[in-house]
Write a protein that binds this ligand. Sequence first.
Ligand SMILES: Cc1cc2nc3c(=O)[nH]c(=O)nc-3n(C[C@H](O)[C@H](O)[C@H](O)COP(=O)(O)OP(=O)(O)OC[C@H]3O[C@@H](n4cnc5c(N)ncnc54)[C@H](O)[C@@H]3O)c2cc1C
Length: 495
Amino acid sequence: MTMIEVRETGRHELADSRRERTDSLVAPARVNAAAVSSSPMAATPHRASRLRRPKRSRLRGSDVTAVCGFVVAVTLGLWWQHGGIGALLEGGPGRLQAIGQLTGLLAALASLGAIILTARPAFLERRYGLDQLLVAHRWFGISTVVLVVAHSVAGTLAWAALSGTSVTGGLVDLLANESWMVAALVSTTLFVIIGLSSSRRIKNALAYETWYFLHLTGYLAVLLGFGHQLTLGSDFLVDRIARWWWIGLALATVAIIMWSRIGGLVTSLRRRLYVTAVSREGDGIGSLHVNGPSLRRMRIAGGQFFIVRPLSRGLWWQAHPFSVSAAPTTAGIRFTIKEQGDDTPNLLRVKPGTRVLLEGPYGVFTAEKATGSRLVLIAAGVGIAPIRAILEDCHPQQQPILIVRVRHEGEFAHRAEIQDLIRARGGQLHMIVGPREWFAARDPLAVRSLEAMIPGIADRHAFICGPASLESAVIKGLRKSGMPSSNIHLERFGV
Ligand SMILES: Cc1cc2nc3c(=O)[nH]c(=O)nc-3n(C[C@H](O)[C@H](O)[C@H](O)COP(=O)(O)OP(=O)(O)OC[C@H]3O[C@@H](n4cnc5c(N)ncnc54)[C@H](O)[C@@H]3O)c2cc1C
């Protein structure tokens, strides 16, 4: 039998043919007491109180649609007014030119949207969460690349036709005689490289940092593309209002990015927060405990995440996102970290007392998404971190059912705490333990298994955190069991 199932409803019940004792499944993780007490920032003995939760976003989806619709409508209106539609209907080189202008304008808008989204502006992040922003960023990015390529092809063909030269001659003429065209060519090349490097296959072959720094050149690509829009774009050459509209859009984008990126960094620099302890939680998993004088003033909900940057040698120049894995209190916050690659093992070796910069909190993966509803929480591996924090925020009336998928028991971090939380809330805990191959014949997360584990599945809200393959399998199962997609909440650890 490969599946161990523990149901915790006040008493232990083992559904495993090997009849293991439940006690053998319990291996409490302990905070390294020596590390805590040796830390200069160890929590002073006071009654820990819960930190305030972040303010709710008042932004509505319709507000965002209205602003985007307005920007696109004004831009297309100006193009129309400058004879764009007429030229498009006429045919000949004029049509090519109109297509070039239209795709250029839309490419520029899409690129501004993409860089705004990736800057994680708080007003959007608090409403949609980073996941959704990154999904939207991806679509804006893909649209930018497609439109930029279409714009380059149509623009060059139109230029060649209108000046009566070959395509190559037209391209050479553009690059040699028109200002900002070399910059535009570099911009197009960068967009194409960024687009290609974001395909799953190439991205997986690159180190995260290589991919990230390559992606950062997107800002340069947008900047380099801007010059030729003003010097060559007929809409902006002749019409002062159009010119200022375009400059205004660019300045608004810069302001949002500076405010989000630099503002976030400045806030994290002003916070006085320190690592108070590092504890081991399981095989290749540990926790970073953080506290400091600034913590009391922060607003954090369990399940949110921070961009964490310890100011220690070799680590200060890199920042990684980690979720809060317990209810954030004045006694400190905790991040549960799996050793994945280059930096995470070093993060778990940081000395207590090290200053740490926390940017955030970010994310909308919090219990507030399902206040008053019955819950099912599904975690795989270190996905348990935000799920553990959400469980702590559950009310017994929400009858939480927690399904934990781990390859081996040592991978189940915070098990003792979780069992206590489940017991206190009258919930149930199901563990699915074993390597993936064991479950080839019988998928433990298929519809029938899910329905057997989760009574009243269709009316519950689900919180899921784990690898993409598990998430999609579970979502499929939950949807087939009648759970509406609006009740399914995800946190993705990959970007
Ligand atoms: C919203 C969110 C919350 C997360 N919460 C947790 C958590 O609570 N516990 C935990 O163990 N892990 C969490 N992660 C994943 C964690 O950030 C990465 O595992 C970690 O950054 C890997 O760093 P590395 O240098 O050891 O590995 P690398 O070898 O550099 O990377 C391994 C993989 O981790 C991802 N990754 C690396 N750096 C980053 C980064 N700066 N931003 C996003 N992804 C990155 C990439 O997909 C990469 O392929 C979270 C990720 C996200 C996006």
